[in-house]
Design a protein around this ligand. Sequence first.
Ligand code: NDP
Length: 600
Amino acid sequence: MNTPDAIDHEALRERYRIERDKRLRPNGADQYLKPSGRFAHLAEDPWVDHIEREPVTDEVTVALIGGGFSGLCTGAHLQEVGITDVRIVDSAGDVGGVWYWNRYPGAMCDTAAMVYLPLLEETGHMPSMKYVYGNEIFEHAQRIAKAFNLYENALFSTEVTSLEWETESSRWVIETNRGDRFRARFVAMGTGPMTRPKLPGIPGIERFGGHTFHTARWDYEYTGGDRAGAPMENLADKRVGIIGTGATAVQCIPPLARDAKELFVFQRTPSSIDVRNNHAIDPDEFAALGPAWQQKWLTNFATLQMGGFADEDLVKDGWTDIAQRIRDRAILELAKGDGELTRELMAKAYEDCDDEKMEEIRARVDEIVQDPATAEALKPWYRQLCKRPCFHDEYLQSFNIATNHLIDTDGQGVERIDETGVWANGEHYELDCIVFASGFEVHLAHSADYETVGRDGLALSEAWAEGMHSLHGIHVHGFPNMFIEGLSQGARLVSNITHNLNEVGKNIAAIASNVLETGASEVEVSEQAQEAWMELLDTSSGSLLGSADCTPGYYNNEGQEPTASDLRNAAGYPAGPAAYFDYIAGWRSSGGFDGLDFRP
Ligand code: NDP
């Protein structure tokens, strides 16, 4: 492995540029297809039977649109402040959000369970492992829903079709595809940034005569096995192809390589695969954690992630490792220079550490993968945060199984699909089944399939015609008693999504409670407060969007120059996530709720 001084940074930059250029496509995100025709079933829920029910026409205090961790955390905090009349509405048949839909084998969260799983102390759950599998996460979502009584009033398998503010009653009117028309005093929307599966726009995709499915709707009826990891025995006589090598594929390729007669992995860009080092949680150590331990761990993780200081690294993972390296390198450089911590110095420290980390990741490929040509093709040539970093201890190893074939396309992707298989690099691969690991439509700002119509008939799409505008990423002027549950324009801690959502939930509970206690009817952010927040966000420099030397992907708008509205949608608190959490906790507990108008 190269020591930092032995790395030729300029040569690396040039290689990164060459690899990026191979992958730049003029159609950017439009290269993907929305599922239709043969793939229309992707919009359906294979995990639940359709149950007829009477339409609901009542009124609740809070409607939570989305039963993933955003809705669950908000629901839990509302219950804590005594607001119990809460209704989750979700198109899925249960709570869990992405962990409801994504049941592919090997699904696991890349963020340590001690910080990723929200409300561990409140629910008394000890994660089984440092990183837990999808079924444990789904069960934890169900545990929260049970513990905070969120099932009782929920409407599952139900899509919101319209959401409109009714001025006379100061209520939201919610209509759904099940004929419901009910009112809510408050509405919180946690519809998620990546809910709709997308397909690669490969010519002939509709023509394939064999079986196909998307990873977000894994077809266990076809493959056999289950989400808990049972062998997929039906694949023992099948030639399976998988298209895509992102974070999802990295997790499901090892079980596919184990169970398929032959597996063909069609790779356009390799993911970066760092060590996972998973291990069981020690019950004695867990029992010894003091009160309020999870908040301490969350703060510790968020602080170290931004290059801050803490007495110890409680989570100790790939995310905190790179951030601490950058911080320590910057300090070293600082000691050499004139004592000023400039943006350039931080950028240099970041680049040096990133080069070092990526050299380690590439060296690890050589250590693990026996065939030199396969190893070479699995090496990522870009900065680690250009794409979602992956962590796995079986992915690279799976390419040592003789029946697992890496079909690298040197950045070009699959050429076309015909009745019997896939064409890549001018060769035809006959297949029984194609698995699409092609990801999801990505929305940086809140997005939903329905229109939200606020005060004076203002549509949210109109209000945001030039990108998301909010206070704290939560409140929008013109939309009283409405809250957005997301990351944008708030903490934007991408390495631990649920931390963002849990803090948003605390805010919503505190504000709704204040409305009810003070006898107000409405709460709305003032225009001035919203604009002041937008001006503050404009001072932020830290977005990967548009990073010129990044290989394309959804982290950087597929390599397209970001518009002003893309940048606004991706903005976060300029001082970083830890500072945002600190700021928002103070804002909330002060009780003044600066920037919000409470109206009778
Ligand atoms: P991605 O969007 O990350 O990956 C899509 C893949 O399809 C890429 O490898 C892409 O290649 C490839 N592709 C697209 N078109 C073609 C083509 N024509 N030929 C060959 N390959 C093609 O989707 P994922 O489902 O993997 O991940 C989505 C996100 O879900 C992650 O980034 C992460 O945020 C989340 N996730 C989180 C996990 C967690 O731990 N919490 C676990 C798994 C997923 P290219 O790279 O060249 O564009």
